[in-house]
Design a protein around this ligand. Structure first.
Ligand code: HEM
Ligand code: MG
Length: 259
């Protein structure tokens, strides 16, 4: 009987632990909660790795949340926190809320992979049509080249449809960093590849893709890894930009001859 009791107790504890596992504890925002343009931070709030309200996120909140969710080291969290608080309209604040990130051209930029440009409306919420354009450049495995291809395609589309289109040097660095980060965090930071379904799942559900076999990365994500992978995406991005510019110039020249 003692054995039966013990096994019951163990089962109860296991259920308890499981039900408290934040990777399993997902619910979307409730009334009054805020979310922003970053699919990952929204996701972490939906799991309770960040305050579920999306508000008053301190440096400690961000460091704990990014460590527990995706194994970010303290330096990279501190580095990103400094960018994040720059979006709080109140100067010298020690916290930010996810909706602050939406302030256009502070960090939020045009040509996002899953959001419309601010010129066209809400640049914070997921947009399926925009995301479909991005994912159309991806095979089952996304790599630095196809990641960069989606970025270049979105830039071309936005440039031709948004009369106020702009992208600062910081915006450009952020785009490349975002691609490097989502590949590294959802996939493999060494081969810099990721299964496309995991990326679609996270963007569309703002939920971690544990259902698809994803697990918290075992090695810490550091500024060094981010910079290394950002540069790999950047190399492909610049190659594509150059070939786009050249082919446009070539086409214009050919048209000139034809005229
Ligand atoms: C957007 C990834 C953490 C700020 C994005 C996007 C990705 C991403 C992929 C682009 C979405 C799109 O183009 O549609 C990640 C990952 C993170 C992370 C993997 C950590 C695991 C952060 C942090 C900040 C931040 C800590 C704080 C500064 C932003 C902002 C945007 C954004 C402001 C909007 C940029 C835009 O206009 O697309 N993030 N992010 N992110 N992220 Fe994050
Ligand atoms: Mg944007």
């Amino acid at each position: 009987r003692l054995a039966a009791f013990l096994s019951l107790a163990v089962a109860a504890t296991a259920t308890d632990v499981l039900s408290q596992d934040p990777f399993e504890q997902w619910h979307g925002p409730k009334g009054g909660d805020v979310r922003g343009p970053c699919p990952f931070l929204n996701t972490f709030a939906n799991h309770g790795f960040l305050p579920r309200t999306g508000k008053y996120i301190t440096q400690q909140n961000l460091a704990d949340g990014l460590f527990n969710a995706v194994n970010f080291d303290a330096n990279i969290s501190a580095f990103l926190f400094d960018f994040a608080i720059s979006t709080n309209p109140e100067p010298n604040s020690t916290w930010f809320s996810l909706d602050h990130l939406t302030r256009h051209n502070v960090l939020e930029h045009d040509a996002s992979l899953s959001r419309i440009d601010a010129f066209h409306g809400h640049a914070d919420i997921f947009n399926q049509e925009v995301f479909d354009e991005s994912t159309s450049y991806w095979d089952d495995i996304i790599n630095v080249k196809s990641g960069a291809a989606a970025v270049v395609a979105r830039m071309k589309t936005c440039k031709s449809t948004n009369p106020t289109y702009s992208l600062s040097a910081l915006g450009e660095a952020f785009i490349l960093g975002e691609v490097a980060a989502f590949i590294s965090i959802l996939g493999d930071a060494e081969t810099v590849t990721v299964e496309k379904p995991r990326v679609e799942y996270l963007f569309q559900n703002e939920r971690l893709p544990t259902e698809l076999g994803w697990k918290r990365p075992e090695s810490p994500f550091t500024i060094d890894v981010l910079v290394r992978n950002l540069n790999l995406v950047g190399d492909e991005y610049r190659k594509l930009l150059n070939s786009t510019v050249n082919s446009t110039a070539l086409r214009k020249r050919n048209e000139g001859y034809a005229a």
